[in-house]
Each structure stands twice: as C-alpha cells, then as structure tokens.
Write a protein that binds this ligand. Structure first.
Ligand code: PRX
Length: 645
C-alpha cells in the first residue's frame, strides 16, 4: 500500500491566496446557516444584472425542482464579454494554441466581442430565437467559444457535442433536443491527424430533416461535400453581419445549455443548466478553487465538448475577465513535453487537467517535463476521476517542483461547477482526497437504505440541499431527472459516486457505484456499449464492466456471447470494435473482449455484474457467493478464459 503523506499549507503560496482556512470556515458556516444572505452577496459580486431577483432560492427535491435568483435578469455572454470592455477591452481573453506548435492566436476581449456579435447576428438571420436549441460540433478552435457565446447572447440553448463522438451519437443528440441549426467545421486537427467533422455531420444530418442550417468553419480547407440548401460557410456569413448585437435579456432560470451525459441506463441524458445559478457557480469556483488572480493565464486542457470545458475554459474564466488558454492538440504531440512547452510559451499560471493525462505523461518519465522551465506555474488542478496518490505526488514533485498546491476537484456534468475540492493556500492537502465541500454544498454519506452515516466512514455520496449550478432538468424528460437523481434517496441529490470520509472530514471519492464507467475521464454507460455490441448480428448477448487500467483509470471489459454456431475470431473482434466506434465513438471501444459461452445469471435471469467485475479485475478470491446462480459452472469457464490484460 502506498503511503500517503499530508501536505500542509505552504506559507509562500498562502500569502497571496484568495482565502484563508478561517475565512473558509466562516463563509462555509454562513453559506449553510444563512444561505440567502450568503448567495445574494455573491450573486451581486460575481455577476452583472439588468434586473434584480425577487427571491434567492427555493427548491423541492421531491419534484427535482430548484429556482435560484427568481425573476432576476441577466445575460451570460454579456457577463463574459461586454462588461469587461471598458476596463480590459485590449486584454487577451483567449489564447489559442493550435495542434501545430507554430500555430497560435490571441483574441482580445474587444475582438471576442466583435466575433461573437457577428455570429449572433448570423444566427438571428438564420431564424434562431430565444429558447431555440443550437448544436455545436466543433474542434478546439476559437470559433467553438464564439459559437457558445453567440448562442447565449441571443438566448439560444447550446448543445455542444464532443468532436470525438460518431455521426450516430451526433444524430441522437440533435434529434433529442430538436436542434435546427448545427455549427461545425470542415475538419478538426488533433495530434497531426485530421478529424472529418463535416463528413460526420453530413451522415448525422441525413436523419435530421429539421436542421435547416449547417454553418461550417473552414479549419483545414480539406475536401468536403456541400449541400447548397443547408450548408453555409461561417466566414462568408459573418463577414456580412454587423459587429454590434445587444445581448438578449434572460431570466435567471431560462435554460442556458444542454450537455448530454451517460447514465446507467438508456441513451445519454440532456442535462439542462439555467443561466444565473450556472454562471455564479462557474465564476465563483474558478475564483476560489482555481484561485484566480488578476492577470493570471489560466489553462484547462479539457475539450469544450465536456462540462469541464464549458465551466473552466469558457464561462468561469471569461466571467472573471481572465485570459483562458484553448488548446487544439493532445499532450503527447509532437512529443510528451508539449504541455510544458505551451506553459512556457504562454506563461501559464494555472494548469488544470485529468489524472489520465498525468499518468500518461508520468509513464514517459521526468525528461520531457524537465526540459521545460514551468516557472510560471503556481497552481495545478485535476478533475474527472480519482487520482491515485502516486500520480498526485509525481504531479506535485516533478511538474510542480513541490511549490504548487494541487486542487483535486470533484464534480459532475449535473453539478455544473466544482463541489468538493481544496481551497489552495487554505487547506492541508492529502493526495487522493478532494478534501472538503465548497460553499453551500452539504454532502453526506448514506448506506444502501439511505441511513446517514456519521464520522469517519464510507458510503454513497449524496448532496442534501440545492446549490446554484445544479441540474434543472433532463431535456424533454423531467421525470427521468427525478428518477435518476432525486428518487434513490428521497430529499437528496444522489451523485452515483461512492466516497470515504476520514477523521478530518475529508472526502475521498472511490468511484461510481452505478453502471457508469469513467475511461480516461470520459463518462460512459455500460448499457450504451452493450446496446452497440448486440447490434452486430453475431452477438447474442453482451455485458460490459470496468476494470482497473494503469493509464485510463478504468478500461472497458466486454463479455460477449455469440449466436450459436458462430465461432469467435480476430476478424469478428475487430468488427465488434468498429460497431462501438460507429454507434458511440472510438472513446467507448472495449479494451478487452472475452468470448463468453454463458453469463452468470440469477435464477430470475438477471446478470450478476458484481461477479463479472471481479473476474475482469482479477479479484478471484473475493468473488462472493455464486451458489444462487442459475448455472454456477459458467463462472469457472469465465475465470479460465479471462481476456489478457
Ligand atoms: O465519478 C465521478 C468522476 O466523474 C464523474 C462525473 O463525470 P462527468 O459528468 O463526465 O464530469 C467530469 C468532470 C467534472 C463523477 O461522478 N469524478 C469527477 N471528478 C472527480 C471524479 N472522481 C474522483 N475525483 C474527482 N476529482
């Protein structure tokens, strides 16, 4: 067992930090005891309103309902751009770093304003109105940020779909929220390879007859098909538009965006966030947890297709008037020192990434890190999955040279912004622990029956009261929102995660307790992958579980039962991987496939996933009771034929 060493606050860091431990304790207490007073003051401090709210908060978890800053009026795009123009119009808002190290761009707040206004007018000209949904399927280029901010400027609800998703996934998302406009690019560029976004979009749109406009950014100039009655070059359209577009006044609770995420059952859900609470959550956590200080260069390596990119590349940093870095490429291209080259080039102060990236870089040794200075870095962050203490220490000692605190931030697409994380300079850090809750967040641990567990213990993680940036609904299916998050433990929000709490009250997230996988920080449902596999005509049944993976955190392990008479083969294995890529995207491809003549089932026919997880993880001594299985002998066969890891 790896010995975990606590890291007390470093006074050199703490002297300029935003908050002290005493302030945290006082504010946290106030946030729970006088929430209206606490949040009203923060809403005034962090956001600019065109009309004040009438009530800070009301919520009813039994109906999955929450209202924050009722009747208040504001606009997210205005808060991210316009209000900064007078004081920081010439400051760089976005530093874009291309996939090719020689490619970069700096966009000032003034330029951002002009670009977003032009696109906003273009959207309006194409008929987009307040409340309409617009799908964004883009590479990591500034136009992705313009697209999001133009949507929020005109009051449209954006649905960003990660560029790594397949045409099939894109189609499902477009149809689910009835998007009629798509913004994409001819191709993306990552690690020197071209990603055929427009070609994927064309395939998706074959099944989306209501999409009347496809705006195409010319990124590479690669060959693409063109549909005259639907496709429009982005640059041609915005060139004709005015660079002035007043922001649409929005209600606090007007929907701001939808982001699809995987759950344990069915197709991905459209998690819906609304305007004021989301903006407050992202801005406030960016300031205090990512310890934003005036003039900082802030780099979050996520893709805008995930919630991390929404909250910490775009909305949080821009609301705070920061300079945010947007990186098109991958950490290992052209070589494993790329991140640190970018840090040195742009003098990055805060670097926020996923444990999987840290582990991948760690596997390349210290050389690539040490060849760069990294002197500008002050703070390091992680997000998306549990970080193992070994990786934490490597990040701390090698990347941060033992002078930069690490903020391990726990949160979810549904929570909108960080929920449990250290305040750097205020908290003692414990490698592997996300530490303590942010202001207004009231976590608890419960057992399977919902009994709250006290003290140092382990259980299922719930949140006992509403917070501003919480999920408001599942788009088009509010009942699913109630069933998924608010029914398991009535009166509380259920996170789907397990956690341990230590004697200091620190939380250690242990991972999902449902059938959701976290592969390289990407969330996916086992049910989605199983549904894809059984589409292949040779497959009778499939069961997918996660298993520990050195770099990815979790790998995808698929047990596949073939139709009788079909023989397994390498060719078939490849076909199955292709089906998953086609249906979901390459990120969901199983790492291992085991041909399973039978699956362990109860007498009522339910697959015993617990046993499958144990076999995949090679934890054969703790399989548990198998005597209740309809046919216990299948377990021996599965053990004898485990897939190689
Ligand atoms: O299991 C938790 C894990 O990621 C899940 C949320 O995934 P997603 O909605 O895609 O959002 C990821 C980025 C916010 C959680 O239920 N997770 C996220 N952050 C951490 C984490 N697990 C452990 N430690 C974290 N810091």
């Amino acid at each position: 067992m790896y010995e975990i060493k606590n890291h007390p606050v470093d006074p050199a860091y703490a002297k300029d930090a935003n908050l002290t431990l005493e302030q945290y304790q006082a504010w946290y207490k106030e946030s729970l005891e006088q929430p209206d007073q606490f949040w009203a003051a923060r809403a005034e401090q962090f956001l600019t309103w065109s009309k004040p709210w009438s009530k800070v908060n009301e919520y009813d978890f039994s109906k999955g309902e929450a209202t924050w800053f009722k009747d208040g009026k504001l606009n997210a795009s205005y808060n991210c751009i316009d209000r900064h123009l007078a004081t920081r119009g010439d400051q760089v808002a976005i530093i874009w770093e291309g996939d090719d190290p020689n490619d970069d761009a700096k966009i000032t707040y003034k330029e951002l304003h002009e670009q977003v206004c032009r696109l906003s007018n273009a959207l309006k000209q194409r008929g987009v109105k307040k409340g309409d949904r617009v799908c964004i399927y883009m590479p990591m280029i500034p136009e992705a940020a313009y697209a999001m901010l133009a949507c929020t400027r005109v009051g449209a609800v954006h649905s960003v779909v990660f560029g790594g998703f397949s045409p099939e996934s894109l189609k499902d998302r477009i149809l689910d929220s009835d998007c009629q406009v798509l913004i994409t690019a001819d191709e993306g560029v990552r690690g020197g390879r071209h990603i055929p976004l427009k070609e994927n979009a064309d395939k998706a749109l074959e099944h989306c007859p209501d999409v009347h406009t496809c705006l195409v950014v010319k990124r590479t100039g690669g060959d693409i098909a063109w549909h005259d009655n639907r496709d429009i070059w982005y640059h041609e359209l915005i060139a004709q538009m005015s660079s002035d577009c007043p922001a649409q006044e929005m209600d606090s609770e007007d929907p701001m965006f939808i982001l699809y995420t995987s759950g344990s059952t069915g197709k991905p859900k459209g998690v819906m966030h609304t305007t004021a609470g989301y903006m407050l959550g992202s801005a406030m956590t960016h300031k205090y947890i990512l310890d934003y200080r005036e003039g900082d260069i802030f780099w979050c390596t996520a893709d805008v297709g995930w919630i991390t990119g929404h909250s910490y590349i775009i909305y949080g940093p821009l609301a705070n008037g920061a300079t945010t870095v947007m990186f098109e490429g991958v950490p290992t291209y052209p070589d494993a020192s790329r991140c640190w080259q970018v840090v040195d080039k742009h003098k990055v102060n805060t670097f926020y990434t996923a444990p999987t990236a840290i582990r991948a870089l760690m596997s390349q040794g210290e050389g690539p890190v040490k060849q760069c200075s990294r002197a500008s870095i002050r703070l390091l962050g992680t997000v998306g999955e549990p970080i193992n203490p070994e990786a934490w220490e490597w990040y701390y000692n090698v990347v941060g040279e033992a002078r930069c605190p690490i903020v391990d931030t726990w949160w979810q697409t549904e929570t909108g912004s960080v929920m449990i994380a250290p305040l750097p300079g205020a908290f003692t850090l414990k490698p592997g622990s996300a530490t303590l809750p942010f202001f207004g967040i009231e976590p608890a641990l419960v057992d399977g029956e919902g009994n709250e567990l006290e003290g140092a213990t382990e259980g299922n993680l719930i949140i006992k009261r509403s917070w501003p940036s919480q999920i408001r609904s599942v788009y088009g299916d509010h009942q699913r929102c109630i069933d998924t998050y608010f029914s398991t433990y009535p009166g509380s929000y259920f996170t789907g995660d397990g956690a341990r709490r230590d004697e200091d009250g620190y939380y250690w997230i242990t991972g999902r307790v449902d059938d959701v996988l976290n592969v390289s920080g990407h969330r996916m449902g086992t049910a989605e992958i199983e549904s894809a596999l059984v589409l292949h005509k040779a497959v009778a049944e499939a069961a997918v579980v996660g298993y520990p993976h050195d770099i990815k955190g979790q790998g995808v392990y698929a047990y596949v039962t073939l139709m009788s008479g079909i023989q397994p083969s390498e060719a078939l294995r490849k076909e199955l991987l292709d089906v998953v890529s086609k249906e979901i995207g390459a990120i969901a491809k199983p790492d291992l496939i085991q041909w399973a003549p039978g699956l362990p089932k109860t007498r009522s026919g339910k697959i015993m996933r617990r046993i499958l997880r144990k076999i995949a993880a090679n934890e054969l001594d703790t399989l548990g009771d198998t005597s209740t299985l309809a046919d216990p002998s299948v377990v021996n066969d599965l053990i004898d034929n485990r897939a190689n890891q």
